[in-house]
Design a protein around this ligand. Structure first.
Ligand code: AMP
Ligand code: ZN
Length: 142
């Protein structure tokens, strides 16, 4: 636990939350400042900052709960779809440094945008650059 982390304080019960799911390792609760009705956050109970910091077992737990909960959240608010995403690191907009997956319900004509809208302008990458990037990722994934 990190004492100055809001989400650790939710896990310990020091800060209230509208908890919608809990098991030994994971808790899910409504976002206090929702982007849509049903906006839900899924977090590991242990404090890790980013996805890369999460050990395998914890990652499986987080993604398993996101998988199970997303259709439940959509049904609860009668959503047409959802965006499921992580702001993974400060440069990507992460404000609470305790890894969390967002489930954001979406509705036809809600005026929102696809996840492609979150990054800056598209880079102009050559075929060689794309090949190099793909090779580097594939080598790291081995
Ligand atoms: P991020 O920018 O990905 O770090 O998102 C942090 C999210 O946490 C924001 O959507 C906030 O509205 C939400 N949030 C911050 N404090 C609380 C809290 N005490 N309870 C529930 N959600 C919170
Ligand atoms: Zn924390």
């Amino acid at each position: 636990m990190s004492n100055d982390c809001i989400f650790c304080q939710i896990v310990s019960g020091d800060i209230p939350s509208r908890t919608v799911y809990e098991d030994d390792d994971i808790v899910a609760f409504l976002d206090a400042n929702p982007l849509a009705p049903g906006h839900t956050l899924v977090i590991p109970k242990d404090h890790y900052e980013t996805l890369g910091d999460l050990p395998d077992g914890e990652a499986e737990g987080v993604f398993g709960v996101l998988h199970a909960l997303t259709p439940v959240v959509e049904d609860a608010v009668d959503a047409d779809a959802s965006n499921v995403a992580f702001n993974n690191g400060e440069a990507a907009g992460q404000e609470v440094p305790h890894v969390h997956g967002h489930v954001i319900p979406r509705f036809e004509d809600d005026g929102g945008k696809p996840i492609h809208a979150v990054a800056g302008p598209r880079p102009d990458l050559s075929d060689d650059e794309l090949d190099d990037i793909a090779d580097d990722i594939a080598a790291g994934a081995e």
